[in-house]
Design a protein around this ligand. Structure first.
Ligand SMILES: *Cc1c(COP(=O)(O)O)cnc(C)c1O
Length: 359
C-alpha cells in the first residue's frame, strides 16, 4: 500500500528495521543516552531555549493534549480555545472533562482564524489559549503571528498542538512565544503511533510544578524529574523511542528541520499542480504544507477513498462526520516521493476514465 494519509504515514526503511528488532531493556545508561539525545534534538528542532524541556509520553497525540491541559491548567484558569474542526473540538472535550473553564471560537470548517475574529475577544479576560496550529481535519493552518501577538498582549499562556505541523511548517517555540508545544510520533516524525512529545518553556515547567497532580500516568512532574536522568516513570514504547532517535538523527544529518520542511512543501506544491485538472476544490482557505483537503463536486469523497484503497492499493485520508461525502485529504508528510504522487495522479486519471470521477 502507498500511504498518503496524515498518520500513521509512510515510514522509511531504517526506521522500519528497528521495529523488527528485539526490544532492549531500558533501565540502562545506554537507553538514557538515547533519551537525552531525543530531548536535545527535539529542543533543537523546535528552536527552544536552553531552559526548556522536552518529555516523551507513551500514548498517541491525544495523550499529550490531555497531559498539557491537566498539568498546566486548573479550575482557576479561563481558556480560549480555537475550534475549527475535530481537533479543536477535542480540546473543548478535554477541558469539559477536567472542569477547566473555557470559551471557544468556533470557526466554519475550512476557514482560517482572522484578526477581526480574534479582536472580538481582546477585552475579555483569558489566562491561556489552546490551539491546534494545523487543524488537520480541514487542512487549515492558523497564523501563528496573529496568535502570538494576541497572547503576548494579554499575557496568556500559549499551548500549541503542533502534532501535524512539526517538521512540516516553520515553527520556533522561542520566537513564537509558545509555552507548550505538542507533537506525535506518527505524523511528520514518520514513526509508528504510540509516543507523543511535549516541549515546555521554563515558564511551562514552573507552571507544571505549581499545578496539583490530577493523574498518575500523564503526570508531567514525574516525567520531567525522570527525564533529567534520561528515563521515564513507567515502561515506555521503547522501540518507538529508538525509531524516533533514528529519525531525528537522520533529519539532522540531512540538513536539519529546514530541509525537511522544504521537502514536505515541495511535495505539496507538486501535488497541488497535478491535481488542478480534476473537479476538486481546495477546502481550506489557508492550506498547510502537511495536507491538501479537497472538496469533491457531485462524487462521493468517501467513495474515492474506498476505490483507491481497494482497487489501487493507495490510502488517501477520508474525512468523518458531516464532511464524509464531500471532503478527502491527501497528505504530504512521511517517506513519500514525487514518483509516489505520479502513481496517485495516474490512479485518479484511471478512475476518471472509468467514469468514477466526472468533469
Ligand atoms: C493526529 C492529531 C492529533 C492526535 O491524534 P491521535 O490520534 O491521538 O494521535 C491531535 N491533533 C492534531 C492536530 C492531529 O493532527
Amino acid at each position: 500500500m502507498l500511504n498518503f494519509t496524515v498518520g500513521p504515514v509512510q515510514i522509511g526503511e531504517s526506521v522500519l528495521n528497528i521495529g523488527s528488532e528485539q526490544v532492549p531493556y531500558f533501565r540502562t545508561p545506554e537507553f538514557s543516552a538515547v533519551m537525552r539525545e531525543n530531548e536535545n534534538l527535539m529542543l533543537e528542532f523546535t528552536d527552544a531555549l536552553k531552559t526548556s524541556r522536552a518529555v516523551f509520553l507513551t500514548g498517541s497525540g491525544t495523550a499529550a493534549m490531555e497531559a498539557a491541559v491537566i498539568n498546566a491548567l486548573t479550575e482557576k484558569d479561563k481558556v480560549l480555545i480555537i475550534n475549527g474542526g475535530s481537533f479543536g473540538q477535542r480540546f473543548t472535550d478535554i477541558c469539559k472533562i477536567h472542569n477547566i473553564p473555557f470559551d471557544e471560537i468556533k470557526l466554519p470548517y475550512g476557514s482560517a482564524l482572522t484578526k477581526e475574529i480574534l479582536s472580538e475577544y481582546e477585552s475579555a479576560y483569558y489566562s491561556a489559549m489552546l490551539i491546534n496550529l494545523h487543524e488537520t481535519s480541514t487542512g487549515v493552518l492558523y497564523d501563528i503571528n496573529l496568535v502570538k501577538d494576541f497572547c503576548a498582549k494579554k499575557d496568556m499562556f500559549l499551548i500549541v498542538d503542533a502534532i501535524s505541523c512539526f517538521l512540516a511548517e516553520d515553527i520556533s517555540v522561542s520566537r513564537d512565544g509558545i509555552d507548550v508545544l505538542l507533537t506525535g510520533s506518527q505524523k511528520a516524525l514518520a514513526c509508528p503511533p504510540g509516543v507523543s512529545v511535549l516541549v515546555l518553556s521554563e515558564k511551562a515547567v514552573k507552571r507544571v510544578f505549581e499545578t496539583p497532580q490530577k493523574c498518575m500516568y500523564l503526570d508531567l512532574k514525574s516525567a520531567l524529574i525522570n527525564g533529567e536522568r534520561g528515563q521515564t516513570p513507567f515502561t515506555p514504547a521503547v522501540s518507538i523511542l529508538l525509531q524516533i532517535n533514528q529519525r531525528l538523527k537522520e533529519i539532522k544529518a540531512n540538513g536539519g528541520v529546514k530541509t525537511e520542511i522544504e521537502k514536505v512543501k515541495s511535495l505539496a506544491e507538486y501535488f497541488r499542480e497535478k491535481i488542478k485538472p480534476f473537479p476538486f476544490k481546495n477546502f481550506s482557505n489557508a492550506p498547510s504544507n502537511a495536507v491538501t483537503a479537497l472538496k469533491t463536486d457531485g462524487v462521493s469523497a468517501h467513495g474515492i477513498f474506498t476505490v483507491l484503497k481497494d482497487e489501487y492499493g493507495i490510502w488517501v485520508c477520508p474525512n468523518g462526520g458531516e464532511l464524509k461525502e464531500t471532503v478527502f485529504r491527501v497528505g504530504h508528510i512521511g517517506n513519500l516521493t514525487f514518483n509516489d504522487y505520479d502513481t496517485l495522479i495516474n490512479a485518479l486519471y484511471d478512475m476518471k476514465k472509468r467514469g468514477l470521477i466526472n468533469g
